[in-house]
Design a protein around this ligand. Structure first.
Ligand code: COA
Length: 173
């Protein structure tokens, strides 16, 4: 039985970043940096408080998730991603655990929503739904895969009215 642990930590050294990059290459393939969501990560800064890493029993990195500050007009939020789990460890709950662990800590007063590009059947388990139709990214994205989650019930009505381009917001770090 494979087991894992989730740690609220960020890569802390160049070697740790290389290990994370290698995992992302395995999970997404070499084209990962050409994706539209990547446009929101470049020249941006991850919110280290919400970084999570998953390790197997040997202490090897097997999964990771990160979040990046963005804005839709004047509303601050987060971009989720990448979320990646090593193929050898997929299907045992690592991805959902990484996501739930981080989402539970999001400061709703600071970030009203989380947006991502992904498959609804997977992410709706964590409270994501299709983004309002006038929300868009700075590049081509299948609208059915642009998903959004209000950070609290109190933000739900405002989030339903969101409209405009998601843009990077490193000033929110
Ligand atoms: C998508 C990914 C993060 C899921 O991680 P995981 O640890 O395998 O997921 P979990 O174990 O938490 O959940 C597994 C369940 O989700 C389902 N699932 C996995 N990927 C899915 C997808 N893309 N769409 C719908 N369901 C999916 C599995 O079928 C499984 O369902 P079950 O519980 O009914 O058997 C992982 O497969 C991965 O890294 N894939 C490559 C990179 C990627 O596509 N990342 C997401 C885009 S940002």
């Amino acid at each position: 039985m494979k087991s894992f642990s989730i740690s609220p930590q960020s890569p802390a050294s160049p070697e740790a970043f290389e290990t994370l990059d290698a995992l992302l290459d395995i999970c997404f393939g070499p084209g990962r940096l050409t994706r539209t969501a990547e446009r929101l990560r470049e020249d941006n800064q991850r919110i280290a408080d919400y970084d999570r890493m998953a390790f197997n029993d040997e202490g090897t990195l097997v999964g990771a998730i990160s979040f990046w500050p963005v804005m839709i007009e004047e509303t601050p939020g987060l971009l989720l991603g990448p979320l990646a789990v090593h193929p050898d460890m997929q299907g045992i709950g690592v991805g959902q655990a990484l996501m739930q662990n981080a989402l539970a800590e999001i400061n709703a007063e600071r970030f009203a929503f989380t947006v991502l590009v992904g498959d609804l059947p997977y992410y709706e388990k964590a409270g994501f739904a299709p983004a309002p139709k006038n929300v868009c990214l700075p590049g081509p994205v299948d609208p059915a895969r642009l998903l959004l989650r209000p950070s609290s019930d109190a933000h739900a009505a405002d989030c339903a009215r969101l409209a405009g381009m998601v843009r990077r917001a490193p000033e929110l770090c």
